[in-house]
Design a protein around this ligand. Structure first.
Ligand SMILES: *[C@@H]1O[C@H](CO)[C@@H](O)[C@H](O)[C@H]1NC(C)=O
Ligand SMILES: *[C@@H]1O[C@H](CO)[C@@H](O)[C@H](O)[C@H]1NC(C)=O
Ligand SMILES: *[C@@H]1O[C@H](CO)[C@@H](O)[C@H](O)[C@H]1NC(C)=O
Ligand SMILES: *[C@@H]1O[C@H](CO)[C@@H](O)[C@H](O)[C@H]1NC(C)=O
Ligand SMILES: *[C@@H]1O[C@H](CO)[C@@H](O)[C@H](O)[C@H]1NC(C)=O
Ligand SMILES: *[C@@H]1O[C@H](CO)[C@@H](O)[C@H](O)[C@H]1NC(C)=O
Ligand SMILES: *[C@@H]1O[C@H](CO)[C@@H](O)[C@H](O)[C@H]1NC(C)=O
Length: 457
């Protein structure tokens, strides 16, 4: 997982439920629709414009269009099973294992993934490029015992309209046993994390022949078990090259629909979304704390977006958004220590296919929407019941206009929306003290972007 990377990537991490409620078949769990309290419910405040005038509409989820429905239907549990079986057959994929043995070790696995990705790219009419960027990691006094080459496999599907804007999905292909430095023991890593690599590969295969507006990157990274080395290298390379990465999903241990305590919920995936960014300047962090913006980091807006586009009858998945990011990461490490052998027998391919559909719906919806509005600010000088916003106008050809979203201050998901048109300022008759606002861009195809949170300006 990428939680410790200190750059401006927006990282979400998906994982199997820890302790889900038993479910026998798929049913969409209704998201609570928060109705606004009435004036009398709250308090008497003459400047509060409460209850709010009836503006806007209840926000409805963005259902997959015909092409996205086809993409989701093509995600094939049998292909996922074949990918995981091949990855598990390399005996071990430990980062310190052989890089030259043709059948056993991390090098053979790397070459096989790259060859598969190249075969998908062959059907892309030159739009998908496969690279294997690598560097030599020196000993770190911990889990790197000798200098070792760390290689990522990266398939980049170039956007047809806005190729600079990137979205990344990754899984890690390295594995471990109980002793993280034992590179000779068998470590098949079917769940941790051939399952995540299978999602990157299956989506690469299906999307290679299609033309998303923005660029999508399908990655298999190495060195995760030794200290996230491969993903850090990928992130740093992007940062070095000033690549505009607007979102990233990492799939780690998404292979089992049965929790440690034996309960089974094959229709839920946990989506970890970080709160206040650790990379924000001290001044920005102070402002965020002052205005109660801790639930509205870019990662949280991305998580709300994923729920909106990927929790539906087409993915057959409910999405449990987890806000306690660092804590859960800790738990996952402990669970891993308890694994007795990460064999393919414990993996549920239909479940992985559904997690793949959640990723596919999110990536496709991101890459075909306009970019989120930039530099969104709320006017805090304006002392009235109205709220006034402004943002940078975009000349994107994808763009139809903007929408304002809002929710009660204690609600986790957007509840309301109102179209604004193709403008760069808006004043609406709701008080900024009563609701949390976001502004999103909407494409001519009807696809909405993740919302941008307005800072005072
Ligand atoms: C990033 O750039 C620095 C300075 O040019 C260089 O030393 C470093 O190797 C680069 N890192 C990556 C991951 O590209
Ligand atoms: C999902 O499918 C079920 C069963 O066909 C149906 O009852 C339900 O209304 C659908 N839900 C949505 C939100 O489309
Ligand atoms: C937009 O925001 C960025 C980051 O905060 C800032 O560096 C830039 O100057 C802003 N641009 C404008 C035109 O306000
Ligand atoms: C903010 O509101 C004040 C008071 O109405 C107004 O004078 C000012 O121009 C507004 N600022 C912006 C950037 O629109
Ligand atoms: C806010 O709305 C209330 C109720 O409609 C009204 O009495 C009050 O004058 C308004 N305040 C301002 C500053 O416009
Ligand atoms: C948008 O404006 C930039 C310069 O501000 C220009 O380089 C770009 O070509 C324009 N894009 C479109 C789609 O008009
Ligand atoms: C943050 O989200 C949680 C869960 O929805 C909510 O209980 C809390 O009030 C929110 N805090 C703020 C400041 O929005």
């Amino acid at each position: 997982m990428l939680s410790s990377i200190s750059i401006t990537l927006i990282c979400l991490s998906l994982a199997t439920p820890a302790s889900p409620a038993p479910t026998s078949s798929f049913a969409l769990r209704p998201r609570q629709l928060h109705s606004f309290p009435t004036y009398d419910d709250i308090f008497s405040c003459p400047a509060a414009s409460w209850p709010p005038v009836s503006i806007g509409d209840l926000l409805t989820p963005q259902l997959p269009d015909h092409e996205l429905q086809k993409i989701l239907a093509e995600i094939d549990p049998a292909r996922i099973e074949a990918i995981i079986a091949s990855l598990a057959s390399f005996g071990t994929r430990h980062t310190l294992s052989s890089q030259t043995d043709p059948v056993r070790g991390v090098g053979a696995a790397r070459d096989w993934i790259a060859e598969q990705m190249r075969s998908f790219a062959a059907a892309s009419e030159g739009q998908m490029e496969v690279t294997v960027p690598s560097y030599v990691q020196p000993p770190d006094g911990d889990r790197i015992l000798f200098p070792v080459r760390i290689s990522d496999v990266v398939a980049t599907l170039r956007g047809s309209v806005d190729p600079d804007r990137h979205y990344v999905v990754s899984g890690h292909y390295d594995t471990r046993c109980s002793d993280p430095n034992d590179f000779e023991c068998d470590a098949p890593g079917a769940d941790d994390d051939a399952s995540g690599v299978a999602v990157s590969m299956e989506l690469a295969r299906i999307m290679a022949t299609r033309r998303p507006a923005a660029t999508i990157v399908f990655a298999a990274v190495a060195g995760e078990e030794q200290a996230l080395y491969g993903s850090q290298y990928l992130a740093r390379s992007y940062k070095n090259a000033s690549v505009n990465v607007q979102g990233m999903f990492t799939n780690d241990i998404i292979g089992s629909s049965t929790a440690d305590d034996g309960t089974k919920d094959p229709y839920t995936v946990r989506l970890f979304a970080q709160g206040s960014p650790t990379t924000e300047s001290a001044a920005m962090a102070r402002v965020r704390a002052t205005i109660g913006g801790e639930n509205d980091s870019a990662a949280r807006e991305l998580a709300r977006f994923v729920v909106g586009v990927a929790e539906n009858n087409y993915t057959q998945m409910n999405i449990a958004v987890v806000y306690h990011y660092a804590h859960q990461h800790q738990n996952t490490r402990v669970e891993k220590g308890k694994q007795y052998g990460d064999l393919i027998d414990f993996v549920d391919f239909e479940y992985i296919a559904r997690v793949g559909r959640v990723n596919g719906a999110a990536l496709w919806s991101l890459a075909n929407a306009p970019a989120s509005p930039r530099n969104v600010t709320v006017n805090t000088t304006l002392l009235s019941n109205n709220s006034q916003f402004q943002w940078l106008a975009s000349n994107e050809s994808l763009l139809a206009g903007y929408e304002i979203l809002w929710r009660p201050t204690d609600a986790p998901f957007w509840t309301h929306a109102m179209p604004l048109g193709k403008v760069k300022t808006a004043t609406i008759g709701l008080s900024k003290d009563n609701v949390i606002f976001g502004i999103r861009a909407v494409g001519r195809n009807g696809y909405g972007s993740p919302a941008s949170f307005p800072f005072p300006g």
